[in-house]
Design a protein around this ligand. Sequence first.
Ligand code: HQG
Length: 182
Amino acid sequence: KTDKSLVTISKFLSLVLRHQPEIVGMTLDEEGWLDIHELISAANARGTPLSLELVHEVVATNDKKRFALSDDGRRIRANQGHSVSRVDLNLNPQTPPDTLFHGTVAAFIESIRASGLQKRSRNHVHLSADESTATKVGSRRGKPIILRVNTAAMHHDGHRFYRSANGVWLVDAVPVEYLKFP
Ligand code: HQG
């Protein structure tokens, strides 16, 4: 298997497990899980070659640890990034570090200054623990701009933070008064 084929499978799994399970005729459960064997059958029926071995390899080697297996190994879900609004990952609120980072691009700055960070199509605003990760996130869209988030103040003011299994910080919104622009 080439790295490229694993990336293709990771993209397919992200699409199904975060956004559009209906493309394989499936529905995520309330915590975002799908039965792996049902997923494999559904993918193959749709012409996307998938096997248990490939699923395990993608889960184990994925650069951002995007997917998790259930304890019994029978189900799979995406660790974060969902747009399926029904999904509640059922994470416990956690105290964030005093500062987190958000990587974005210049085209969005005016709007962010007006309305803060909004979750847009996803279920949460995604924040990074370090600037280098935020830089990578921003670079997906162009020249990155890094915003610093005063998470200590947000936490003090009662905003709830969650940390996904792969280390991404999640919050409902970041009002503009907690943002520091470069
Ligand atoms: C922007 C990837 C205008 C925000 C990454 C971002 C991450 C606003 C875009 C994960 C805004 C949403 C999520 C406002 C926020 N006005 N624009 N008020 N508030 N935005 O993709 O954080 O590889 O939904 O700055 O690594 O870019 O898929 O969020 O540019 O972890 O696993 O609206 O996706 O992970 O974009 O990325 P996204 P994101 P994966």
